[in-house]
Design a protein around this ligand. Structure first.
Ligand SMILES: Nc1ncnc2c1ncn2[C@@H]1O[C@H](COP(=O)(O)OP(=O)(O)OP(=O)(O)O)[C@@H](O)[C@H]1O
Length: 438
């Protein structure tokens, strides 16, 4: 038996974690790895089984998986996830929960292996066609991808179901049949049970040919990624906000390709063509003083000045008042905003007097004088002058001494907050959460 499909994806000393459902596909994959390990003794293999709790047989499947692994001298952990069988889109929810549970178990250096095969690839392509996907969707499943810092590999993508069945028979493997595989209310099962057999009967190479189409789409997408990477990097600032004016002077095809890649980098789902057109007309081309906003699931696309922002929910924190003992530990801010540190080295803030209580708030109204600027201004005007986008204005920590606004760390210091010339001051440093461990 040749293991070239494994050797092309895995170094000989790889640490493999197989997502083992106990079905035909992952049983064959696990058996092949165990067999290959005899030739590659440095290879490490272990299995994880996810117990979704959806089938009355789920406990038996978990026991089966552990027995198979025991017989093959492999470690096998069972991961329990909670799902409600009555919920909408249970297939997608189960997949989401499964990948999350699997990911959480991976140790540094381990690779996750799943057992999707050639016919699965064909089904995925047909499902993408049904949704009207573009080339990224029609590329179906990649044989390898990075998944939150880990490698996720699908070594069987070139192997047909018939080949897997022949392998299982030749090695007398035992596997379990998920009874839900026979339920053609699920789109994938409908294709597998009713459509693919017809296509394969007429054109025996249909799955292989369609997988080739998927691979060609993937290649085109990769080429575009490479060609557009430089331009996209130039358009993005350090926070990922996109300078959109240059996009208005390029072709629609290039604009859409750049927007799709930018949204993917921001963690958004692939937008439809219709959505990309709306981004152009309703957000990029809206009036200069408009405050356009489009919702995409839990994300919001907004424009501020010359840039587009892809934002997770940004609730106002105006109700918060946190007392800060600046000589003690750093202060943790609400809603994942990170921490505030006090540094007593060469700061520009005056120290509070003994009767002044230091609080952190997220709202300021009225007229203020900022240090280093002539004249006072309304707070709203100041935010505009400082270039702070509207959604950040009630999420920027503000230091108060009693009822007096002193500073916004890293943004401004008020006249009332400035240390007198020649006297020692202190500094407040705001470290957003994503920088805490740098
Ligand atoms: N209960 C499970 N425990 C562990 N691994 C599983 C489980 N179910 C499925 N897998 C893994 O995921 C692979 C794909 O399974 P399946 O085709 O049933 O899922 P799917 O929802 O279509 O997933 P995908 O989008 O990942 O293709 C299997 O080959 C197996 O490696």
């Amino acid at each position: 038996m040749s293991f070239s499909h494994l050797a092309s994806l895995l170094p000989p000393d790889a640490h493999c974690v197989v997502a083992f459902s106990g079905g035909l596909d992952s049983t064959v994959l696990l058996h092949q790895l165990v067999s290959w390990q005899r030739q590659q003794p440095q290879l490490r293999v272990r299995a994880l089984h996810v117990h979704h709790g959806l089938s009355p047989n789920a406990d038996r499947w978990a026991v089966h998986c552990q027995q198979v692994c025991q017989a093959w001298h492999l470690a096998c952990d069972v991961l329990y996830v909670q799902l409600d069988a009555k919920m909408q889109g249970i297939e997608a929810a189960a997949r989401e929960a499964r990948y999350q549970a699997l990911r959480e178990q991976l140790q540094p250096g381990e690779r996750l292996l799943t057992a999707q095969h050639l016919d699965d690839q064909c089904e995925t392509l047909l499902l993408a066609l049904k949704r009207g996907s573009g080339p990224a969707g029609l590329a179906a499943m990649p044989a390898q991808r990075e998944l939150h810092g880990f490698w996720h590999l699908r070594p069987l993508l070139q192997t047909s179901r018939a080949q897997l069945e022949a392998y299982a028979a030749a090695h007398q493997l035992r596997w379990i049949e998920d009874e839900s595989n026979g339920d053609s209310r699920f789109d994938r099962n409908f294709l597998r049970l009713h459509i693919l057999p017809l296509l394969q009967a007429r054109w025996p190479h249909f799955s292989r040919a369609s997988a080739r189409s998927a691979a060609l789409c993937a290649e085109q997408e990769q080429l575009l990624d490479e060609l557009l990477a430089e331009q996209l990097a130039e358009l993005c600032d350090a926070h990922g906000a996109l300078a959109f004016h240059p996009l208005l002077t390029v072709s629609e095809a290039r604009r859409h390709a750049l927007l799709r890649r930018w949204i993917a980098q921001q963690g958004g789902a692939m937008p439809s063509r219709e959505a990309l057109k709306r981004i152009t007309t309703e957000v990029m081309q809206s009036r200069e003083d408009a405050n356009p906003c489009l919702r995409f699931g839990t994300f919001t696309l907004r424009r501020y000045r010359q840039r587009l922002y892809w934002l997770p929910p940004q609730p106002s924190l105006r109700e918060y008042v946190l007392t800060w003992h600046i000589s003690e530990a750093p202060l943790r801010l609400p809603d994942g905003l990170g921490q505030l540190y006090a540094s007593h080295e060469a700061g520009e803030l005056r120290l509070p007097t003994p009767d002044e209580v230091v609080t952190i708030r997220f709202a300021a109204h009225g007229y203020y004088h900022l240090q280093g600027r002539a004249g006072g201004r309304e707070m709203k005007k100041l935010w505009q002058e400082l270039g702070v986008p509207p959604w950040q204005r009630e999420r920027t920590p503000l230091i108060y001494y009693n009822q007096t606004l002193i500073a916004a760390p890293g943004v401004f210091v008020t006249r009332e907050g400035a240390a007198p010339q020649g006297s020692a001051g202190w500094q407040a440093i705001w470290l957003p959460q994503h920088q805490e461990h740098v």
